[in-house]
Design a protein around this ligand. Structure first.
Ligand SMILES: C[S@@+](CC[C@H](N)C(=O)[O-])C[C@H]1O[C@@H](n2cnc3c(N)ncnc32)[C@H](O)[C@@H]1O
Length: 451
């Protein structure tokens, strides 16, 4: 596919003064940084946007590229907006709050297409690349989960970009007002306790379901055993005083979750089914976009009651149960023992009996599945799929492979392997699960090339 953003590699620098140059941003890198060219060298400038001219100080020079610091915007883009968050410039959470939302969607599509062409050597001419599905009305306060790092001075915050320094905030616009309130209350609560009572605390994960109920997961340093510290009674009080925070869990030194307060399960509805989610089990972070992501998978899968489906990296079984309604049988594989136990429980809760789950790494356990697949859905973590998994899929030759990915680079690598084994990329759908950040989720439909 021809790029919408042609790049003049010769020079987009408008003048040089010692190591201060005028530079025009020509495109946006997948890190959210403008790229221009000075004397043929790619120059990366954080804070600048495509179409803008900036006064830039060169601060790092490498053989093939250099990095500049934006001193002043000399010509601003009409797509520039004022970042609404007061800590946008220091917090590592968001990278794109200075760009109109619609434009962030355009770039996300471009980044996925570029990665497929460059890394996977996928020929994009015959691929239908859909525009990124963005959030409709209000692309803010969408996250149902935030992991915040505990700073000894008594605050919780995100990490700064490429650093472990925490950035405290008053109102994070990616999480709900309620969750922001919980953060404040927990800070206050911990501030009132004797510091000796939680010496090992490193971070707290806040999770919220669509009923507005919250779960806190307190992370200890590896050598510490949270369950053995005096934090236990404190955590129970915390659970009691924080109304809608119904559950408090601690992670002990062996990585095992220990219930500190609250009864019953943290549940969520996904596509009309009810799911139990253990503290350490994965759930997509943006509920409304999750529905659109999953509908894309369901839409593309040519399901029928004769078809066997594999759902690899299945988590708590959200996609598995959605596929099961129209398939003969669905097999799920998941390595997190808590998530796979949830998946089994979730099948029972929703009275679905044509699914079977295997606990373990996909690359070590796929041979336990006794049926060959007609359709394979895979949704691996950022690292992508193990090579053994892709080789096995090529041996088995399912009619369709639907790949869900949160990392365009590893997605491209894996699609390249599948393409060289006889599959072709038919459709590609980017979904904006993470507005205002550089992250993008993608669903890809591959079909077997007939010989
Ligand atoms: C991106 S999540 C997708 C989960 C699920 N499909 C969903 O939409 O909620 C990836 C899942 O893969 C699991 N996982 C990571 N590496 C794995 C491996 N090698 N084998 C099996 N599961 C793995 C993680 O525990 C996580 O639940």
């Amino acid at each position: 596919m021809k790029s919408k953003y042609p790049v003049n590699k010769k020079s987009s620098a408008a003048g040089v003064n010692n190591n201060v140059i005028k530079l025009e941003g020509l495109r946006l890198s997948s890190e959210g940084v403008a790229v221009g060219y000075h004397e043929g060298k790619a120059t990366f400038v954080p804070g600048l946007l495509p179409g803008e001219i900036g006064q830039v100080q060169i601060v790092e020079v490498k053989k093939n590229w250099q990095r500049g610091k934006l001193l002043e915007i000399l010509k601003a883009s009409p797509d520039r907006i004022k970042p609404p968050c007061s800590v946008f410039n220091v917090c590592g959470g968001c990278q794109l709050q200075h760009l109109k939302y619609e434009q962030t969607l355009v770039w996300k599509k471009q980044w996925v297409a570029d990665a497929l062409a460059r890394i996977g050597k996928i020929s994009l001419d015959s691929v239908t690349i859909h525009p990124t599905i963005g959030m409709d009305y209000y692309p803010w306060r969408y996250r149902n989960k935030a992991r915040l790092h505990w700073e000894e001075q008594g605050s919780l915050g995100y990490y700064q970009e490429k650093s472990k320094a925490t950035v405290p905030f008053e109102d994070c616009l990616l999480i709900s007002e309620e969750m922001n309130g919980w953060v404040r209350e927990v800070e206050e609560f911990l501030g009132e306790q004797d510091k000796e009572s939680y010496p090992s605390l490193t971070s707290i994960t806040f999770r919220e379901n669509s009923r507005g109920e919250g779960m806190l997961i307190m992370d200890a340093l590896p050598e510490a055993s949270l369950a053995d510290t005096p934090l236990l009674p404190g955590a129970q009080r915390l659970g009691e005083c924080l109304g809608l925070i119904r559950w408090v869990w601690g992670i002990n030194s062996s990585g095992v979750p220990v219930r500190l307060a609250g009864q019953g399960d943290f549940d969520e509805d996904v596509l009309g089914a009810e799911f139990k989610i253990s503290p350490l089990a994965f759930l997509q972070v943006n509920p409304s976009q999750t529905h659109r992501l999953y509908y894309t998978v369901l839409d593309w899968a040519k399901l029928s009651t004769e078809k066997v489906v594999w759902d690899l990296y299945c988590g708590i079984g959200t996609i598995t149960l959605a596929l099961a309604g129209k398939a003969k049988k669905v097999w799920g594989i998941e390595e997190n023992p808590y998530a796979v136990a949830d998946a089994q429980e979730n099948a029972r809760r929703n009275a679905i009996d044509n699914v079977e789950f295997i606990a373990g790494k996909v690359e070590d356990t796929f041979r336990q599945i006794s049926d060959s697949p007609d359709i394979v859905v895979l949704d691996p973590p950022r690292a992508g799929a193990h090579k053994r998994v892709l080789e096995r899929l090529l041996e088995l030759g399912p009619d369709q492979i639907i790949y869900v990915s949160c990392d365009p680079g590893t997605l491209a690598r894996d699609l390249g392997i599948l393409q060289s084994g006889g599959y072709r990329v038919a459709e590609l759908q980017p979904v904006d699960m993470f507005p205002w950040t550089v992250h993008v989720e993608t669903v890809v439909l591959m079909s077997r090339v007939e010989k």
